[in-house]
Structures are given as structure tokens and as C-alpha cells.
Design a protein around this ligand. Structure first.
Ligand code: HEC
Ligand code: HEC
Length: 351
């Protein structure tokens, strides 16, 4: 028995010695570290935790970037992800509902894409629990790209560049839906936006980054106007699914539509308000054209008797949120300080 253990141990040792040589021969993809500002590295709520089966790599994110801009993902070659997710609009677009292939329209307003590495659920109704799962949907959704996966593989294989890129990212040249989704998710995790004027004022202590009106708006946002109760920094959203009382009886069931739970009716993912100045129109159905309209809604348009109204909206139900015309203008001014110009023009995200 002892002998056998010794032999096994020796074999393991031998195998271990051979390991480095083997790795050197077939070098895998290179791990990619996201560059975050120093304050964000120190912020424990911004710790990065990638899925163990889809680590972030240079080659994977580069492939994802190409696929994100690849029209061959759509049935008639007319649309890429970037057709609806446009960089200068913080990867949203300016339509109320976006045009898909064959004259279809999306059922909801296009969500902006940023800081998704820290989100735990995706879509307005929170129906996808990972970015990998999310990425499967638009390619085959009949309202968006309306493709069949088998046809997508054929089109990508015909384009001579892809097999080598899949090999670099995943070890061999096989093209399948899982790998397409994994690469897209990796690219999307690189879309980090944490450098707005607000960040420079608040984290980098540059007093000149915000003016007096914007600072008044900031104080309102964080206190009396209760916005911070859901749009919580540093990400300003993404982490709650709530009914804010847009309608007395929700028209779109939101989260209730896929869970079937009556108390989930009218609940939607809280979108981030980072870069919100460039993502008009607003809300899941794009009903508000401007930030002024959004703030007017919070000031005096909330249906406080909506049966599934979120408990975070109690200050509204109690009539405590009162905003003067000046307050509203100040809040809008503050929201505009959350624009990150570098993010909107970063060449690393272009085709
Ligand atoms: C025709 C327009 C259109 C196309 C093309 C499109 N999307 Fe979207 N995207 C949307 C809309 C609309 C939503 C919101 C849908 C919903 O929540 O029900 C959305 C939501 C998302 C979300 C969720 C964001 C969040 O905060 O939860 C991600 C991620 C995303 N899309 C990535 C992609 C990727 C990757 C592709 C390409 C494979 C793509 N989209 C193609 C319109 C589009
Ligand atoms: C109870 C949580 C909650 C509170 C409090 C709250 N919001 Fe929201 N906010 C949401 C949700 C959820 C949505 C999306 C609702 C929908 O589309 O159905 C949203 C949407 C928005 C949007 C539109 C974003 C987009 O991309 O469409 C803006 C702007 C906004 N809120 C600003 C504010 C401001 C300003 C305040 C304070 C006056 C505030 N919010 C208070 C949860 C909240």
C-alpha cells in the first residue's frame, strides 16, 4: 500500500515537472486586467469577480469587440449589436423603440451598456442572470437580429478571420453560440465608465469640477429628493428591480411577466443614471423625451397608489418629496455632471 502511494506520488511529481513545458508550448489567452481609477480600486463595492468559466482575456475581449460590431449576427446582415447600442449614446440609442430586422421594433427602450461587470441581472425585467445568458437572446430574437445560430456559424466561418480569432480566445477554432456569447460578455465587461465630472469632484477632490447649481442638485439627489435610495453610488443603479409608480396599473408587467408573481408586476431594473444626459428617451418604454420630464414625474407624477409600489417609494406615498421649479432644474443640472466624455469617445470600444 505504502509502495503504491509512493509510486503515485512520484508520478504526480513527474507530471508536475512536465507542466511548465506543456504550458509554454500551448500558451493560452492572456488574462486582461480592467484599468480602474485608483479610488475605484479602493472601493470594496467595486471588487471584480468574473465567472470562473469565462475569465476576462485580451483575446476574448478583442473577439467580443469584433462580434459586437458584426452585422453577420443578424438574419439579413443589416444589424450589429452596435446598431442599437451606439457608443456616443452610452451604448443606448435615441429611439423610443429600436428598429430590428425586417421592420420589427423592440418591445422596450434600448438599455445603455456600462459597468455591467458589476451587475447581477440584465434586461429591464431582470430576466437574464448573467451577461453570458443575456448575449444569447438578441441574436435569435425575432424583434432584434432574428438569426438562426447555424446560419451565424456558417457566416462567421465564411469570413476567413474568425476561426483564428476563436482559436486565440478559446484554444481551438470551433465556432459555437456559447463562445460567441462568452466573447460578447467579455467585451461588455470592459465598458467601464467611472470618470465623470461628479467623480472628479467627489473622488479626486477637484472643487472646480462642479458649479454651485450642480452642487445644489447633488445635495438634493442625496437627501430630500431620495434619488440615492435606488440610484446608489458609485454605480448609480443596476442593483434593484422596483415599481416606481409610472402607471396606476402597470401596462408592461415587467419582472412579473417572466416570474408570474403578482407582486412583481410593474417592477423594472433600476437603470444607472451615469451618462443619462445622452441616453434619451427615458424609462423602459421611452415615454419621457427629456430629463426635465423625468424629474417632473418624480416631483408630481408618481402613482402612489400603484398596488406594487416599492417600499423605497414610501417618501412619495407620505407626500414628503416636494420639489420646487428651482429644485428640479438643479437636479437636472446634477444629472448632467454624470456624463463621462472619455467613455463616449474611447477608441478601445470602436469597431
Ligand atoms: C434591435 C436593437 C438591438 C440590438 C440589435 C441589440 N440590442 Fe441589446 N438591447 C436592446 C433592447 C431594446 C434592450 C432592452 C430589452 C429588454 O430589457 O427587454 C437591450 C438590452 C441589452 C442588454 C441588457 C443591459 C442591462 O443593463 O441589463 C445587454 C447587455 C445587451 N442588450 C447587449 C446586446 C448585445 C451583446 C447585442 C448583440 C448580440 C445586442 N444587445 C443587440 C436592443 C438591441
Ligand atoms: C424606488 C427606487 C427609485 C427611486 C427612489 C428613484 N428612481 Fe429613478 N429609476 C428607478 C427605476 C426602477 C427606473 C426605471 C423605471 C422604468 O422604466 O419602469 C428609474 C429611471 C430613472 C431615470 C431614467 C433612466 C433611463 O435610462 O431611462 C432617471 C433619469 C431617474 N430614474 C432619475 C431619478 C431621480 C432624479 C430620482 C430622485 C428624484 C430618482 N430617479 C428616484 C428607480 C428609482
Amino acid at each position: 500500500m505504502a509502495e503504491r502511494v509512493a509510486i503515485v506520488a512520484a508520478l504526480l511529481l513527474l507530471a508536475a515537472c512536465h507542466q511548465p513545458a506543456k504550458e509554454a508550448r500551448q500558451a493560452g489567452p492572456t488574462p486582461l486586467r480592467l484599468e480602474l481609477p485608483a479610488w475605484a480600486v479602493a472601493d470594496t463595492s467595486l471588487r471584480l469577480d468574473f465567472p470562473y468559466d469565462n475569465p476576462l482575456t485580451v483575446e476574448g475581449a478583442a473577439l467580443g469587440r469584433m462580434l459586437f460590431h458584426e452585422k453577420a449576427l443578424s438574419a439579413d446582415g443589416s444589424l450589429s449589436c452596435a446598431s442599437c447600442h451606439v457608443q456616443r449614446f452610452a451604448f443606448a440609442d435615441s429611439a423610443r423603440l429600436s428598429p430590428g430586422v425586417k421592420g420589427m421594433r423592440t418591445a422596450r427602450n434600448t438599455l445603455p451598456l456600462m459597468n455591467l461587470a458589476w451587475d447581477h441581472f440584465f434586461f429591464w425585467d431582470a430576466r437574464a442572470l448573467s451577461l453570458e445568458l443575456q448575449a444569447f437572446e438578441p441574436v435569435t430574437s425575432h424583434r432584434e437580429m432574428a438569426s438562426r445560430w447555424s446560419e451565424v456559424y456558417d457566416r462567421l466561418r465564411l469570413d476567413g478571420r474568425y476561426p483564428a480569432l476563436f482559436r486565440a480566445a478559446f484554444g481551438d477554432g470551433r465556432i459555437d453560440s456559447l463562445r460567441v456569447a462568452f466573447a460578447l460578455a467579455q467585451f461588455e465587461r470592459t465598458l467601464v465608465s467611472l470618470d465623470s465630472r461628479f467623480d472628479r469632484y467627489f473622488h479626486l477632490k477637484e472643487p472646480s469640477a462642479m458649479n454651485a447649481q450642480e452642487l445644489r442638485g447633488k445635495d438634493l439627489f442625496f437627501t430630500r429628493a431620495h434619488c440615492v435610495d435606488c440610484h446608489e453610488p458609485p454605480l448609480f443603479g443596476g442593483h434593484q428591480v422596483v415599481n416606481i409608480g409610472l402607471d396606476s396599473v402597470p401596462i408592461d408587467p415587467g419582472m412579473g411577466g417572466h416570474t408570474g408573481m403578482p407582486w412583481h408586476k410593474g417592477r423594472f431594473k433600476t437603470p444607472t443614471v451615469r451618462n443619462v444626459a445622452v441616453t434619451a428617451p427615458y424609462m423602459h418604454d421611452g415615454r419621457f423625451a427629456t430629463l426635465e420630464e423625468v424629474v417632473d414625474f418624480y416631483a408630481d407624477g408618481v402613482f402612489v397608489h400603484s398596488t406594487t409600489l416599492d417600499e423605497h417609494m414610501m417618501p412619495w406615498r407620505r407626500g414628503e418629496v416636494r420639489l420646487s421649479a428651482q429644485d428640479r432644474a438643479d437636479l437636472v443640472a446634477f444629472l448632467k455632471t454624470l456624463t463621462d466624455e472619455g467613455f463616449l469617445t474611447n477608441p478601445a470600444f470602436r469597431p
